[in-house]
Design a binder for this molecule. Structure first.
Ligand code: HEM
Length: 258
């Protein structure tokens, strides 16, 4: 009773709600970024030239006098994503079960309730924890190698720098975490709520599952293509890629001069 009286005297703080809003906002931006990211990385499926074009485009090579591009643009983009990633993770930690006892109670209640959205929340916690480590490694590598994204250099990283196991686990963690996160955002803020909430929930879940399968498939095929390129290019580690058009131009010039 005494503690209730004390509680009533405490002014209600708006900070937790604001922190929730920031977590939702950063999650939304990161979730949408990951879809774009998967499509950009997935361009390797269309061929080495397609990926090279995308990588150079991201470096704003079309503004560069010699077409080389500006790696600093990639550096600042990664820095921005990394900052959002850290803010989002720091706010996410507030909701983790912080002791074995809390975790055991949570698991016990999940078993009793058998509520699918609560189970999704648990998947969110576990994948978030995995991403903490693996996402940070990947972002740090990208931050320190902004000018070294091309079909050969990326494939070298995948195979020779042994990044493929990390990418494989990270891919599953990101896709589950991202799609569940966006689904939960829709539920939480009532986006796409429709007239029949039960039907809308089912529909959103179906979309979530299809998106997860689609982006997982793109990621897995891209990883496979990078691995094949990396294995074939193993004897020339560090050699950057030259687009087909540039190779043909060089051949043409050397033929005409001889
Ligand atoms: C602006 C920031 C980012 C950039 C520039 C970037 C760039 C890249 C590039 C170029 C690759 C191809 C492999 C390589 O070159 O090493 C790649 C792969 C990958 N990235 Fe990122 N990335 C960024 C952020 C993230 C974030 C935040 C995550 C998730 C936490 C992530 C998850 C992955 C995964 C899972 C793969 C493997 C994809 C596959 O399976 O094909 N990336 N990224």
């Amino acid at each position: 009773m005494e503690s209730l009286i004390v509680d009533e005297k405490i002014k209600k703080s708006r900070i937790p709600a604001r922190l929730d809003l920031i977590q939702s906002g950063t999650g939304l931006i990161l979730g949408l970024f990951m879809w774009v990211h998967m499509m950009l990385v997935g361009s390797i499926i269309l061929g080495k030239d397609a990926f090279y074009f995308v990588a150079k485009f991201m470096e704003l090579s079309f503004l560069h006098p010699t077409g080389e591009g500006y790696p600093a643009v990639v550096f600042f983009a990664v820095l921005g994503v990394f900052t959002l990633f850290i803010i989002h993770a720091a706010l996410g930690v507030r909701k983790f079960p912080i002791s074995w006892k809390q975790h055991a109670i949570l698991r016990q209640q999940m078993g009793m309730m058998k509520h699918s959205d609560t189970n999704l929340w648990y998947v969110q916690v576990v994948t978030g924890f995995i991403m903490f480590f693996l996402g940070s490694v990947h972002l740090y590598v990208m931050l320190t190698h902004p000018g070294q994204i091309d079909p050969y250099l990326s494939a070298n990283r995948v195979i020779n720098h042994n990044m493929w196991p990390l990418y494989l686990v990270l891919l599953f963690a990101v896709e589950f975490h991202g799609t569940i996160g966006l689904y939960r955002l829709c539920m939480k803020w009532g986006w796409f709520a429709g007239k029949n909430p039960v039907e809308s929930r089912k529909k959103l879940k179906r979309i979530k599952n299809r998106l997860a399968v689609f982006f997982l498939a793109v990621g897995l095929v891209a990883l496979l293509v990078f691995s094949v390129i990396g294995i074939r290019h193993k004897d020339r580690v560090g050699e950057p890629y030259k687009p087909q058009a540039a190779v043909e131009k060089t051949l043409l010039v050397s033929n005409s001069s001889s």
